[in-house]
Design a protein around this ligand. Structure first.
Ligand SMILES: [Fe+2]
Ligand SMILES: [Fe+2]
Length: 153
């Protein structure tokens, strides 16, 4: 069994790299939503492609976290983190559902200015939930691995 104060730079680096990848995919959607110009069907396709890429990545990322790994290991090391980890993992289905609602809204609505404003607003809300979620995970890893990642403000 690993000693309680052993930090694992490989695992920590992996977690942070995964979260950075997700951040860039979120940013890619925000950038394509913010692109100037008329609301053409081409623009809708660009935004949808970025959203689907994010969605695929997110599904894999969540599945990986649920199969064990750094969250489970954090609880093994520090059992009082159990409730936080359960709550974090419990957010996965709702986060995916929230993104799915934005995607299906974009796929099914007419391309008018009202639709774009709504998509933008709802995606911003999803991004905020996602960012808070990842921040909680980083905090658990930081506590579990007794490692100051410099992520807590
Ligand atoms: Fe997660
Ligand atoms: Fe994560």
């Amino acid at each position: 069994m690993a000693s309680i104060d052993r930090s694992d730079p490989v695992i920590l680096g992996h977690v942070l790299a995964e979260h950075r990848d997700l951040f860039h995919l979120l940013l890619a959607v925000r950038t394509s939503l913010a692109a100037a110009g008329p609301q053409t069907s081409e623009r809708r396709e660009d935004v949808l492609a970025a959203m689907h890429e994010l969605r695929d990545h997110l599904r894999d990322h969540f599945a990986q976290e649920e199969q064990g790994g750094f969250l489970e290991e954090s609880v093994t090391r520090i059992p009082r983190l159990s409730a936080a980890v359960q709550s974090i993992l419990g957010q996965h289905p709702e986060l995916l559902a929230e993104l799915d609602r934005v995607i299906s809204d974009l796929e099914s609505s007419p391309a008018d200015p009202g639709m774009w404003a709504r998509i933008d607003r709802n995606f911003a809300s999803f991004s905020a939930h996602m960012t808070a979620h990842e921040r909680s995970e980083n905090a658990v890893v930081q506590a579990g691995y007794n490692e100051d990642l410099g992520l807590m403000e």
